[in-house]
Structures are given as C-alpha cells and as structure tokens.
Design a protein around this ligand. Structure first.
Ligand code: PMP
Length: 289
C-alpha cells in the first residue's frame, strides 16, 4: 500500500506521524472520507470544497490548491492500482509543541490513504440496520459545529460506544434541543406517507451523500422536506434510512427494539438505493485517463 504524505508517495510502513502532531495531540485537523467506483472518484469536487471550508472555519491554511489536492487523490489511487476504493484525506494542524496554541505549528501534515473497501454494512443493506437513539447529544453548533468535518470525533465515538453496548449497528443522535440530528457517521431520513423528511443541516454534517440522495429523490419524483424531527417521527415512520460516503444508503428497520414500518427494508429505500448505485457507477472524476 502506498500512502501520500507531505509531498511524497511512501510505502505504508514509512508513512509516519510525529507524536507532536496536533492532529494526534488535540484532534486539531480536518478530513474527508471519499469513495471511488468503477474507475471514478465520486463527488470529488464536493469533498474538496467541504475539506477546504472545514479548514477555513478552523483557520487552518492547507497550503495547497484544490486542483493540486485533486491530483494527489487521483495519483494515490493510481499508485495503488485501485478502481473501487475508500479514500481518507487528512489535513492536521501539523507538528507543534505540547501547548495547544496552533500558531506553534509551522505547516500542516497532509496524508491520503486509499484502500479497497466494500460495503460497510455487509448484508444489512438487504436486512436493515438496528439503530439505537443515544443519550449523548450531538455537539451543539455553537460549541463545535458538526458542519466542520474535524478530526475531533469523540462525540461520535461516545454515541457509537452507547449503541454498541445496546446492540445497535448505528447510533442516532439528538441535538440539545431534542431534535433528531444524525447518525454517528451518517445523515438520517424518514419516509412518511410517501414524503422523505430529513433534519435541517445546522446540527449535523452537511453530508455529500445526503445531497445525492435528495438529488435521486427529485429524479424519482419523491417529495422531500427538511424539518425538525423528533422521537414521534422516528418511531412512527414508514421507513428510515441513513446515508454516508462510507455507509452509502442503508435502510434502518429496528430502532430501540421497535420495528420501523413492516420491520423490513421498504420500497422507497430500494428505489433510492438502486438509483444511487446507477449514479455511483457512472459519475465522477476519472482516475485513469
Ligand atoms: N455525519 C457524520 C457525523 C459523518 O461522519 C458522515 C460521514 N462523513 C456523514 C454524516 C455523511 O457525510 P458524507 O455523505 O459526506 O460522507
């Protein structure tokens, strides 16, 4: 496996991060998780835009143009001879001292990992996921905005730990106002009476797959509404779905032990998943030209 790291393409064993890197010491940095399908990187521009916006928000100068970064992602895939892949692009504040002051970090650490990784949830795309609503709240946007895809994922990890203990495949976060926010690593959708409902995007990550799902829904003529949602909407839903670059689009059939709809993946989920697959197989930035 070849890793891009700070201007070089290195064997995995040689790609190392300093113990003084603030990405490690403080979770100070940003990242993206991206997929490539069938020789094309899916929604690469959108991922790069979000990476640079996240960096801007935390006052982190990536020091590389978006088009140079795009080339790094494509070249990492080429060096690993990958056509279908999961790509992790990480930019940390860089090496500093033991204090948290980011001004001590001279330049960011940038690395890209590209690896073959199939369906994250295995056979659960057919069976449906078991989800757990967790007691830990999504960090509020006025503390650490979930819109920033930062390396600080402890809030998400706490949610995942709770779901793990309670036997769930995924956690569902509420925000501090009691509205549904998102999953630990994906956005959430409810289907009710033929309409797709999804939370506003203040207290969750503005998922790129979320936008693809909304695009696909429009193409299929399925109406979508963004609104505040609570327990009532979740438990009384006809169908529930989650979306993410890693998770793709997955149906949720059991929440807190309660069956959602019939307890089986529903018709809207299968329509969306099929249309999503067509898109991912046919669109994106070509890796090998
Ligand atoms: N929310 C969270 C907390 C996530 O980690 C992810 C995965 N990046 C998502 C939502 C989905 O975002 P995307 O579709 O851009 O991968």
């Amino acid at each position: 496996m070849i890793i891009y790291m700070d201007g070089e393409y290195l064997p995995k064993e040689e790609a190392k991060v300093s113990v003084f890197d603030h990405g490690l010491l403080y979770g100070d940095g940003v990242f993206e998780g991206i997929r490539a399908y069938n020789g094309r990187v899916f929604r690469l521009n959108e991922h790069l835009d979000r990476l640079y916006d996240s960096a801007k928000t935390i006052d982190l100068d990536i020091g590389m143009t978006k088009s140079a970064m795009e080339e790094v992602v494509l070249e990492t895939l080429r060096r690993n001879e990958l056509k279908d892949a999961y790509i992790r692009l990480v930019v940390t504040r860089g090496v500093g001292d033991l204090g948290l002051d980011p001004r001590k970090c001279q330049k960011p650490t940038i690395f890209v990992i590209a690896t073959g990784w199939g369906a994250m949830y295995g056979d659960l795309y057919e069976k449906g996921l078991k989800a757990i609503t967790v007691s830990v709240r999504r960090n509020p946007a006025d503390a650490l905005p979930p819109n920033v895809k930062s390396l600080n994922y402890l809030n998400n990890i706490l949610a995942k730990i709770e779901a793990n203990y309670k036997g769930g495949d995924e956690a569902i976060f509420f925000d501090t106002n009691g509205y549904i926010a998102e999953g630990s690593g994906d956005n959430i959708f409810i289907v009710k009476n033929g309409v797709i409902l999804t939370p506003h995007t203040l207290n969750n990550l503005r998922g790129i797959t979320r936008l693809v799902l909304l695009e696909v829904a429009a193409e299929l003529g399925i109406p979508v509404r963004e609104q505040n949602l609570g327990y009532f909407d979740l438990y009384s839903a006809d169908e529930v779905l989650v979306s993410g670059s890693a998770a793709e689009i997955a149906p949720v059939t059991l929440i807190d032990g309660r069956k959602i709809g019939t307890g089986k993946p529903g018709p809207v989920a299968s329509q969306l998943i099929a249309a999503f697959q067509t898109k991912t197989q046919n669109e994106g930035k070509e890796i090998y030209k």
